[in-house]
Design a binder for this molecule. Structure first.
Ligand code: ATP
Length: 367
């Protein structure tokens, strides 16, 4: 069993830089958990503490049932794949992959079987006798992954392993690592700043900001039910639109008044917004929940607004519309056949059942 458990873990570097604050996270056996967040949020430091490459300032880390705070990296039964591959340049691919097994005094036969089986899984058999400099970036990354796999560790740790690859190769390797997880059924913890990578790879995602885990959830829950404005804005591309305004109550109906437009808030959100009547809130709507009125059936005065269409960006299957209310810019992500005129007023419809509301100061989700 290889569950990983972080309990109230802190990391403060010399100079009083606190990179990780009170992080608690349980990774189940065989689970694939992604740590995601902007640069400097503490995700690599967290991973490096699990690997044993950084000391823990406070808290406990368990791998399986074992407290590993003071266990050296080589005795943690983990394997880490780095962004820069960290291959030995003077060794062949075969030797790079065999190296850790040799150190651990595996038999020649065992080493050969493991290296060849792994090379087969990763389609790098034909490169076994080459040196890293004779390989492309993607091939080098496969060798780095292979070097981790041959050891059959309890836990794989990945630190931004795809950052140095071009966009196409990244997508390809993303799928490969997903397949590998299904095949190996090993616990994996993966660090990235790329929310698309996080969404497509993790069983669960932990979103970090300023050394603090903001939310841990499966990708869809994270997308549909973000706990705060930061998570809502970080997950999704193009990101969620945010607009400040006031909640207005008329009879038993609630409205969001932006200043230049007013839309009705879905009835099921009324109760949660009651304390915000006549107060400021942040309204959030994802680009795919904004439509050109021409193409929707359920438009009404309650959910339709006028906006200036400033830019139309055709993406092929879909089109991004850059709109402006006069107070806020926002984006609609609509189907490819939408071709509204630029620099004209456009009537757009919000799917208000998909709206989000956030506290303007604390930024937590209200509804
Ligand atoms: P990136 O994606 O840019 O690698 P990250 O989320 O992985 O970012 P960390 O590398 O964990 O972030 O760094 C978190 C914070 O700790 C940053 O403010 C960083 O400057 C600081 N930090 C990291 N390593 C050290 C160190 N050895 N000494 C001092 N400060 C450090």
């Amino acid at each position: 069993m290889a569950q990983v458990s972080l309990r109230n873990v802190w990391k403060t570097f010399p100079g009083n830089v606190t990179a990780v604050r009170d992080v608690s996270l349980g990774v189940e056996n065989r689970e694939f958990v992604v740590l995601v967040g902007p640069s400097g949020c503490g995700k690599s430091t967290t991973l490096r503490m699990i690997a044993g490459l950084e000391d823990i300032t406070k808290g406990d880390i368990y791998i399986g049932d074992k407290l590993v705070n003071n266990v050296p990296p080589k005795d943690r039964n983990i394997a880490m794949v780095f962004q820069n591959y960290a291959l030995y340049p003077h060794m062949t691919v075969y030797e790079n992959m065999a190296f850790a097994l040799r150190l651990r005094r595996y038999s020649r036969h065992e080493i050969d079987t493991r290296v060849r089986d792994t090379a087969d899984i990763l389609s790098i058999k034909k490169h076994l006798n080459k040196r890293p400099k004779a390989l492309s970036g993607g091939e080098r990354q496969r060798v780095a992954v292979g070097r981790a796999i041959v050891r059959k560790p309890l836990v794989f740790l990945f630190d931004e392993p795809l950052s140095n690859l071009d966009a196409n190769l990244r997508v390809q390797m993303r799928t490969e690592i997903n397949k590998l997880h299904t095949r190996l059924q090993t616990t994996m913890i993966y660090v990235t700043h790329d929310q698309v990578e996080a969404m497509t790879m993790g069983n669960r995602i932990a979103v970090m900001k300023d050394g603090i885990i903001q939310q841990v959830a499966d990708p869809i829950s994270l997308y549909d039910k973000p706990v705060n404005k930061f998570v809502a804005g970080f997950i999704g591309s193009p990101p969620m639109n945010f607009m400040n305004g006031i909640v207005v109550k008329k009879d038993d109906k609630f409205f969001f008044n932006e200043g230049n437009f007013m839309v009705k808030i879905a009835d099921e959100m009324r109760e949660k917004l009651l304390p915000y009547c006549d107060k400021e809130v942040v309204f959030g709507i994802r680009p795919e929940d904004v439509f050109d009125k021409l193409f929707v059936q359920y438009a009404s005065a309650d959910n339709t607004i006028s906006a200036d269409c400033e830019v139309v960006e055709p993406m092929g299957a879909e089109v991004f519309l850059y709109l402006n209310t006069g107070k806020h810019s926002f984006i609609a992500r609509v189907e490819g056949h939408n071709k509204p005129a630029v620099n004209h007023e456009l009537e757009v419809v919000f799917d208000m059942t998909k709206a989000h509301f956030f506290d303007p100061k604390a930024e937590h989700t209200i509804a």
